[in-house]
Design a protein around this ligand. Structure first.
Ligand SMILES: [Zn+2]
Length: 368
């Protein structure tokens, strides 16, 4: 039997969860890594209809793009999605911004759907930022501290873990009244041999690494520093830019997108006399990539959500905008994701949600 953790690990290999945005929430968000998987339902979102569908298909794992728990929750009450998932013994893995960036992710699927040629990343972003944590401790505690911090995200660089640098030095302190010093006496300036431990740590793991360090550190008030480390960061390529097989004017291009993505309707801006050849895109809520599209001299930018001010900026720079809707620009990646999972885990049946449909409707004129 395949366990939840094996599927989690495979997804982590193709779309590493630690490449998600800091504000995102991805990974196994509900359930138990050690459970055996029956069948799997793959969906863009987890709704109560999707939960019923999973139960009908005898699935005990849902893999969704959008996080089932996004903002911190203060309670999990009857009727809420997490409550229903747990009540129905469902595990839920969410692959969101890590899937957007993946090789076979949302943007790549969208570019393939539009038959873009010569595709390349739209921009480079530094998703995972690092800090340098420096801790001072008595020499015999260095191994415990390095181990505790490593287990909580510090000291990992590429294929190396527990990376640290240790140097010897002298610490001085004066315990004042009320102090309970590990070494020395109240009111006497103390001088002790100490080691300085330096480790890098991703920004999003820094708090837990410090908490773990404090738990094993012998001092009442451990001395430590945290600095932003500009020399270490992980780079990701985001969005896609490529060339249309057949250049066309902006109205034809809007029609082309509508047909390719099977949209009932879409929003677009018309740029007079413009022939669209170079197309930038970012599925879902990608409006803030408009500046990258302008910088890359794209003729058009395709996304799923865009703000008025971003539309004005694009228009000012002569870049056509197509807003084809969040659902339509992302749901196509779910089929691809399901195929990849099916190929890997042949003994499991994967279903794609059929109940999840685009909720946006378009009001058409009676005379059109
Ligand atoms: Zn989305």
């Amino acid at each position: 039997m395949i366990m939840v953790k094996e599927i989690y690990k495979f997804i982590n290999d193709i779309a590493p969860f630690n490449s998600s945005f800091d504000w995102d929430n991805t990974g196994l968000l509900i359930g138990d890594m050690g459970q055996n998987v029956s069948n799997v339902l793959v969906a863009l979102d987890v709704t109560k209809e999707v939960i019923s569908e999973a139960v009908d298909f005898d699935c005990n794992l849902i893999i969704s793009h959008h996080p089932v728990i996004f903002k911190p929750v203060k309670n999990i009450l009857n009727g809420s999605i997490p409550y229903l998932a747990v009540k129905n013994n469902l595990n839920v893995i969410c692959a969101h911004t890590n899937l957007d960036l993946a090789n076979e992710g949302v943007n790549k699927c969208l570019a393939n759907k539009l038959n873009l040629k010569n595709i390349r990343p739209l921009c480079k972003s530094n998703r995972l930022e690092y800090n340098k944590i420096i801790v001072f401790s008595p020499p015999k505690y260095e191994n415990d501290i390095i181990k505790a911090m490593s287990e909580n995200g510090a000291g990992k660089l590429g294929n190396y873990s527990m990376c640290s640098f240790i140097s010897d030095g002298t610490g001085r302190f004066l315990p004042e009244s009320g102090a309970k010093p590990y070494i020395g006496e109240k009111g006497v300036l103390e001088e002790v041999k100490e080691v300085k431990i330096e480790m890098i740590c991703p920004e999003n793991r820094t708090k837990s690494a410090i908490k773990a360090m404090k738990a094993v550190h012998p001092y009442e008030e451990p001395a430590y520093d945290v600095f932003k480390d500009f020399s270490v960061y992980k780079e990701y390529y985001d969005g896609i830019i490529g060339d249309l097989e057949v250049p066309m004017d902006s109205i034809k291009f809007a029609e082309f997108i509508k047909e390719k993505l099977n949209c009932e309707g879409l929003r677009y801006t018309e740029i007079d006399q413009k022939i669209i050849k170079k197309v930038a895109l970012c599925g879902g809520a990608g409006g803030n990539y408009i500046r990258d599209a302008v910088k890359s001299e794209a003729d058009a930018f395709v996304t799923g959500e865009i703000k008025h001010s971003d539309i004005l900026e694009a228009n000012h720079s002569g870049v056509m905008v197509v807003d084809a809707g969040h659902f339509k620009t992302e749901n196509l990646a779910i089929d691809n994701f399901k195929n990849i999972l099916e190929k890997k885990f042949k003994e499991i049946t994967f279903y794609k949600s059929e109940v999840l449909i685009d909720k946006i409707k378009y009001l058409h004129s009676r005379f059109s």
